[in-house]
Ligand binder design. Sequence first.
Ligand SMILES: Cc1cc2nc3c(=O)[nH]c(=O)nc-3n(C[C@H](O)[C@H](O)[C@H](O)COP(=O)(O)OP(=O)(O)OC[C@H]3O[C@@H](n4cnc5c(N)ncnc54)[C@H](O)[C@@H]3O)c2cc1C
Length: 548
Amino acid sequence: MAETQVLIVGAGPVGLTLALDLGQRGVRCVLIERNETSIQLPKMERCNARTMEIYRRLGIAEKVRDAGLPRSAPMDVFLATSMADLPLARLACPSVAEAKAEIAAHNDGRPLEPYQLISQYTLEPLLRSIVETHPNVTVRFGCELTSFTEERDSVTAHVRTSNGPDETIRTSYLVGCDGGSSTVRKQLGIQLQGEGNIRKLRQALFHCPDLYERIPMGKGRHYHIAEGPIFPFIILQDSARHWTLHAAASSDGEMAQIFKRSLGMPVEFEMLSVNEWTQHLLCAERYGEGRVFIAGDAAHLVIPTGGLGMNTGVGDAIDLSWKLAATLAGWGGPQLLASYEKERRPIGLRNVNASRAAMSGRLSWRAAYHPDIRKNTPEGAAIRAEMASRFDVEQRKVTEILGIEAGYRYVDSPIVWPEPGDGPDPENPHYVPTTWPGARLPHVWQRDRIALHDRMGSGYTLLRLGGKRVDTAKLEGALRATGSPLDVLDIEDDAAREIYGYDLLLVRPDLHIVWRGNQISEDADAIASVATGRAASDELQVNRKSFN
Ligand SMILES: Cc1cc2nc3c(=O)[nH]c(=O)nc-3n(C[C@H](O)[C@H](O)[C@H](O)COP(=O)(O)OP(=O)(O)OC[C@H]3O[C@@H](n4cnc5c(N)ncnc54)[C@H](O)[C@@H]3O)c2cc1C
């Protein structure tokens, strides 16, 4: 029987990201995928800022950008009556190159990386090619999990292979990254809660090599066509030669007609595929049981409006990975793995809600549609103006949600030191840098222009800021006594002290903040216990006065 430390089921973007992070952390894992090849159909097309920060930390951000839409390509979002017309409304979104220049020019805590447009059918094979070369990871396509049994110290997985006999794999932990119809979730008897089967849409992929250069309103990534009740939505794919169309069409064949009508000008195209997909707003009631966990679409299903599907799943993978590694290495306490659900399920629920808000924003400008919209009359002009002004407000609920993407905070986590008060609004769609425990460490440029994120190691980091040389021996000793990896970084730059607001920060391997303060109090042992999951924060008799 094959044996491994972690068995990952499903080589979608979430399973692949988890495999890469575990591999880099020295964990042996097997990644099984029931299909013979990576996905061929278009699905997601935008990695958000936080996912790109994660890919930077994994050392693959520039590879992802090289494979994606060119850095200089505009990312604008348009509303128009056809691709051949002038826009009714345009939301300007910077190209990656422009966004990077803005990030380089500011030191105000904004995220280190901007988004990247890359089609899922490009991203998955790229991640696969990287993961397959990692010595700690075994990737097996054509290998389907059929069931598993959990014992006290291990899990035995039963797999069906496409070119050989059935097999069993014994593993210390099993993670179901096996998508919306997750076998793992179903076997655990975990229900999805929320709104399922909201609406069916069709998606078609077109090869249309001349279109990008010929759009009078200009280059962008999303083109919403003001034609009710089907509302064609045309999305640029990463080659800039392929496009997808989403529409409430009644048949596959109708998709080509809708595309042709939406173009509004003679352009050659070939329809490569059509598939139906269903909108859901669902979150699993639990994220695992015992030695078995679920992540990504297996745990939450959102409407892609706002791009919170894969991106939320990548966040799950990064939260779970270091906890598995720490537990397997022996220094992680029991609260670490228990905290996975406590940290990530609230984010799953929050992002389901953000996706609902994004979708209702879209529906609200669509409600201004009237069949006279194209008419060259005062009524037609008024309809166009109303729809454009609503679009300008409501569509931003889809495109301007950096706070949801990068500002998530693990409120009430058992492995984060509790501070009195409520902290900043964890639902804020606008990103506000904060070091409130549980938040992701804001990005700061140092004097030498190196990003502080790039100096952080793979374990805990104790940041000593402002050049005050506070004696941190007690906390360092307490953390080292747990056997956990710790770096201590003295950062003298004023910018970091100003943005972070404290002299000391204890940061976890996933760059979320455990604790902040200006001196090490008598709580040093308790902080180390909470950080490493030996004790839950709410179990400790915390002397709240000694925080600062
Ligand atoms: C039209 C559309 C547009 C989207 N746009 C975006 C976007 O812009 N941004 C975004 O973040 N998200 C977007 N999404 C959502 C995104 O595609 C999903 O959230 C993402 O694919 C989830 O990744 P995953 O790895 O969790 O699951 P999946 O991608 O579903 O991968 C699961 C894998 O597990 C395999 N598997 C299943 N069962 C088994 C088994 N028993 N044994 C072995 N293997 C198994 C499957 O074959 C599959 O390869 C979009 C989705 C759609 C439909």
